[in-house]
Design a protein around this ligand. Structure first.
Ligand code: IPE
Ligand code: IPE
Ligand code: MG
Length: 244
């Protein structure tokens, strides 16, 4: 069985503290965070991972000071314009997951452009959770089913969620030292393995990515079963359970 997670999700936390420690404005930390993400995407693509999902802006981040929020929106729009051409060349397919209503015209246009420019790509799927919350995702999926008059089942709800186009994350990494989910993939992380890193996001590098992947490789994913069941019947049973 492959020891490399197929889908890694990351809560990119710690930009503000990285900046504060250098007596810089918080936005300087976010700028550095973009650099870190660029490196991370490249490193992940080199490691045979199929899907990378990152948390870039949460539903709750609107509650930050207005200048930080507007700075983040501007940085996001600019970074998209700058990074998408290379991501396109690298075969990376970008998806945005989150509430699009309420975003500025500039940000919305950047999102649409990034998605359409990379729609034919298939080497790595990069999901960017922006204006995203796990509760929002569950509610919007349930509302979709209700509007269509469909019964609410696990399968139907999964299919209506923001990450329906990929399998659930195998590994969720959170940088910045906090050990909480902060309304990230509440539904999809039901059986993910977690790796909490004390590195601040701008400091996250290949070595730390490899430590996370190595740690993942040592975990026993039981999906509710006993350890003995897994060793008796081998990996095939785990795989079939995951597909149920
Ligand atoms: C994460 O870094 C980036 C966003 C939430 C947009 P923070 O800005 O939360 O950094 P800290 O946690 O304050 O250090
Ligand atoms: C989570 O980080 C959101 C993102 C990384 C985009 P926060 O910094 O917003 O989380 P809390 O507030 O510390 O829980
Ligand atoms: Mg934070």
């Amino acid at each position: 069985m492959s020891q490399v997670p197929q889908h890694i999700a990351i809560v990119m936390d710690g930009n503000g503290r990285w900046a504060s420690r250098r007596f810089l404005p918080r936005i300087a930390g976010h700028r550095q965070g973009v650099e870190s993400l660029r490196r991370c995407v490249r490193a992940v693509a080199q490691r045979d991972v199929k899907v990378l999902t990152v948390f870039a802006f949460s539903s709750e981040n609107w509650n930050r000071p207005a200048d930080e929020v507007s700075g983040l929106m501007e940085l996001f729009a600019k970074a998209l314009g700058r990074e998408v051409p290379q991501l396109k060349l690298d075969g990376i397919r970008i998806h945005f997951v989150g509430e699009r209503a309420g975003l500025s015209a500039k940000v919305a246009a950047g999102i649409e452009q990034a998605e359409s420019a990379t729609a034919m790509n298939s080497s790595l799927v990069l999901n960017i959770c922006f204006n995203y919350g796990g509760r929002w995702d569950i509610v919007q999926a349930a509302a979709k089913l209700a509007a269509q008059g469909k019964p609410v089942t696990e399968q139907a709800l999964s299919a209506a969620m923001g990450l329906a186009h990929v399998a659930d994350p195998d590994l969720v990494i959170r940088t910045g030292g906090e050990q909480r989910i902060s309304n990230f993939l509440l539904w999809q992380s039901a059986y993910s393995e977690f790796y909490f890193s004390d590195k601040l996001w701008p400091e996250f590098d290949e070595a730390e990515l490899d430590r996370a992947i190595e740690s993942y490789g040592k975990r026993e994913r039981r999906f509710g079963k006993t350890s003995e069941q897994l060793t008796q019947s081998g990996a095939s049973e785990v795989t079939s359970l995951k597909q149920e």
